[in-house]
Design a binder for this molecule. Structure first.
Ligand code: NIG
Ligand code: FE
Length: 388
């Protein structure tokens, strides 16, 4: 097994709870990687030798971003819908149906190539773990093949047959399809089950039925909720003890209390509010109440077509009351919590060697220098994906 010494790290974000602060920062640090895992973390002056060495030159290193919410399996784009929104139109769930038509018309090869391009785009921006949902197929065949495509890129795949009721379908009959034959075809390729619990998509009872059926089939639940207005979704997620509930833009005090008491991660997706001109979720309120917050891209062709976790961090700091430390934690360890993973989102002995090198002396630059391509190197499971 070959080993790598990454030394000369000006600031190392470990997210090690045994070190100081939310980020467990270490100055003048080094990391030793053996095979796919982190084998040693500590002061550069005490680092053991390794087969090869890379000098970070005083720059910052952090765990690869964990993007716990994306919808990469689709065809076409909705640039015209975005432009209309920026001219005053409102975002509605109905736009999903135009992507469904384009996705059904695409071949497996076209979908695979498109997902591959987007995953590479994410990696160039420091993301080393990505969750990918289905939800633009909405037939038994198209949902199963969407997940089979996603599985080629990640184990964190999510069945989202309950994204919207397809044009011409009866809602009740569609939920029966999702909880029956569609789930059966999708389950072999999925780890998670999700539903869009929102006006214009699925109501509380329908979302509950989908989540319970998914759990009975061996999947774990997560939920889109409270994106476009207040609603029952966040409380449903807490009642069911889901690992994470995503969006959380419109929350009552009771929702916040329920999130804290259930320990359900609130995944905030600020690119959506940027791209839909909606109010941003109040991360400060959640963190102050003791809720675990994750940040994710929600990369999709409708509500938010960014793949950039640095962009989401900058938005969260500028618009949502998060400190740079909190935002970087939420984009790494928070994303890992939202996927119930303890092997990613941290640089500690035994963790997967997913590392992002910034062309910057500190993680603060991710928010301080918005829009600047700061990612200079990426290692995924010990393998260099990007130059440095
Ligand atoms: O997470 N909210 C539901 N689904 C996506 C948007 C999908 C679309 O507009 O195509 C989201 O924002
Ligand atoms: Fe989403």
């Amino acid at each position: 097994m070959s080993s790598l010494l990454l030394t000369g790290i000006g600031e190392l974000v470990t997210n090690d709870p045994e070190r100081d602060g939310p980020l467990g920062l270490l100055a003048a640090a080094a990391v030793v990687v053996e095979g796919e895992r982190v084998a040693w973390v500590g002061p550069a002056a005490e680092a053991p030798a390794a087969d090869t060495a890379v000098d970070a030159g005083g720059r910052a290193v952090l765990p690869g971003f964990v993007d716990s919410h994306s919808h990469l399996v689709f065809a076409g784009d909705r640039a015209a819908e975005f432009a209309a929104r920026m001219a005053g139109e409102a975002y509605t769930a109905g736009g999903i149906r135009s992507t469904v038509a384009a996705t059904r018309a695409a071949s497996d090869e076209e979908l695979t190539a498109h997902v591959g391009r987007l995953v590479a785009e994410m990696q160039r921006q420091g993301t080393t773990t990505v969750e990918i949902k289905s939800g633009y197929g909405l037939t038994v065949h198209d949902e199963a093949r969407s997940l089979a495509v996603a599985r080629q890129f990640t184990d964190e795949t999510t069945f989202l047959g309950a994204h919207v009721v397809p044009a011409g379908s009866d809602p009740g009959e569609y939920v029966d399809l999702v909880t029956g034959p569609m789930l059966a075809a999708a389950a072999p390729y999925a780890r998670w089950v999700d539903a869009f619990c929102e006006t214009g998509a699925f109501d509380e009872d329908q979302a509950r039925a989908v989540l319970l059926a998914g759990e009975a089939a061996g999947l774990r639940g997560r939920l889109h909720a409270n994106q476009l207005g207040p609603g029952p979704g966040v409380r449903l997620a807490c009642e069911l003890g889901l690992v994470a509930v995503d969006h959380c833009t419109y929350l009552t005090d009771d929702d916040v209390t329920a999130l804290r008491d259930a320990g359900t991660v609130a995944t905030l997706l600020p690119g959506v509010e940027f791209s839909t001109r909606q109010p941003y979720p109040d991360a400060r309120r959640l963190i102050d109440a003791g809720v675990t917050v994750a940040l994710a891209s929600d990369c999709n062709p409708g509500s938010c077509f960014t793949s950039s976790m640095p962009f989401c961090i900058a938005l969260a700091v500028r618009e949502m009351g998060m400190t740079p430390q909190e935002a970087v934690w939420a984009a790494t360890a928070g994303g890992a919590a939202a996927l119930d993973r303890d092997d990613v989102g941290r640089v500690t002995v035994g963790a997967r060697a997913d590392l992002t090198l910034l062309d910057a002396p500190t993680h603060v630059h991710l928010a301080y220098r918005p829009g600047v391509p700061l990612v200079a190197g990426v290692w995924s499971a010990g393998r260099a994906l990007l130059g440095r």
